[in-house]
Design a protein around this ligand. Structure first.
Ligand SMILES: [Zn+2]
Ligand SMILES: [Zn+2]
Length: 370
């Protein structure tokens, strides 16, 4: 019996669109991209392999789309091999945690990585909403160092789905929870299929600093999702999941579970070879209350104003971005990082960092009073 199971597991691992009915491994949710048209002539073939190992779902892909590539950004389409390792049995964390500012936060069922709902620092000052800024292709992806999604287009991923049907799984978040398309059953008997909606409001133009342009505000109604763009809805037996939505944050707004430790890191072989372990930039650290207090004194800024610029107020669970915070305060990025006791990642030479805010020479910045 168990030999039979092992044999079946082998067969199913090779043939992606099938999965054993009694297996928790969601390999069957992924697309068999080997049968697809691919990105076009001259590009590598798309590759996706899915397996379950003990407590992990492991997706290995080369981030090449399974449909014709249309160039939007100046970056070329290149294959970047990476494993995405996620919890096979996701659990809700005590508190939600922010998405990485840049880098993968999950993977779609065609092996393309999910990025958060903000772009990088280009064009200056950047970090805008890529959907609003219309810099995505029809499948809501584009290239940077790798092809990635900032939102999900059901038409590109939900093979064979008919109008009016509930959406299938389109992706998996780095915390292991599935991401369904926007449509689902309103109740357990599926008397109606409804479109699930984000609970984030647009407060100003999201051309730059998308995370400051939108705010989460809980709303009444079964169609509205939580801060992270998920719910424990009746549409999937009450188990927690996310929905892709038509508006910000488009995929996840934060992690409701505990993300894999390599979240935000590219971890691809090509970039690792260039010397940087992990390939991607480290996530910006969250300052402690004591660091904020000390930095406010050093910079001569009111503490609540500094906390607001750092996105630490109103229970917000959003990525840190010191460049955006410095801009909002009208001070230099370097001055803000130094006052908080952090080293600036791009700094040419190492800073003294830490002890600097404590009783050291404050310099002319102390003169600034707001
Ligand atoms: Zn992007
Ligand atoms: Zn749902």
């Amino acid at each position: 019996m168990s030999n039979m199971k092992a044999l079946l597991a082998c067969i199913f691992a090779a043939a992606l669109p099938m999965a054993a009915a009694d297996s928790p491994c969601p390999a069957g949710a992924f697309l068999d991209v080997s049968q697809s048209a691919g990105a076009g002539e001259g590009f590598p073939r798309p590759r996706v392999e899915v397996k379950c190992e003990a407590d992990s779902l492991v997706v290995s892909s080369n981030a090449i789309p399974h449909y014709k590539f249309v160039q939007i950004t100046p970056n070329p389409l290149v294959a970047l091999d990476r494993d995405y390792r996620m919890p096979l049995y996701p659990k809700l964390a005590e508190d939600p945690s922010p998405l990485p500012l840049l880098g993968p936060s999950g993977v779609a069922i065609n092996g393309i990585p999910l990025f958060g709902p903000n772009e990088g620092p280009v064009p200056y000052p950047g970090f805008g909403d890529p959907v609003y800024n219309a810099i995505l292709d029809d499948c809501l992806g584009h290239t940077a160092r790798q092809y990635h999604y900032h939102a999900l287009a059901e038409a590109c991923l939900a093979v064979g789905k008919r109008y009016g049907e509930p959406s299938p799984v389109l992706a998996f978040a780095a915390d292991g929870f599935p991401v369904y398309g926007p449509f689902g059953c309103a109740d357990e008997t599926c008397s109606e299929v409804i479109e699930f909606k984000s609970s984030w409001d647009e407060r100003r133009s999201p051309r730059n600093d998308a995370w400051d342009a939108y705010r989460y505000a809980p709303k009444e109604g079964a169609e509205y999702l939580d801060r992270c763009n998920g719910h424990s809805g009746n549409d999937h037996g009450g188990s927690y999941h996310y929905h892709a939505t038509a508006t910000f944050p488009y995929i996840m707004g934060c992690f409701s579970g505990t993300p894999a430790s390599d979240v935000g890191r590219l971890e691809d072989r090509q970039l690792s070879r260039r010397g940087q372990r992990g390939g991607g930039p480290p996530p910006e650290p969250r300052p402690t209350a004591a660091q904020v207090r000390r930095a406010a004194v050093e910079l001569g800024i009111k503490e609540d104003k500094l906390a607001e610029a750092l996105r630490l107020t109103d229970g917000r669970v959003v990525p840190m971005n010191y460049a955006a915070a410095a801009r909002a305060l009208g001070i230099g990025h370097r001055a803000l990082s130094a006052a908080l006791g952090f080293e600036l990642p791009q700094a040419g030479r190492p800073q003294r960092g830490r002890g600097r805010g404590r009783g050291g020479p404050g310099g002319p910045r102390r003169a600034r009073r707001l």
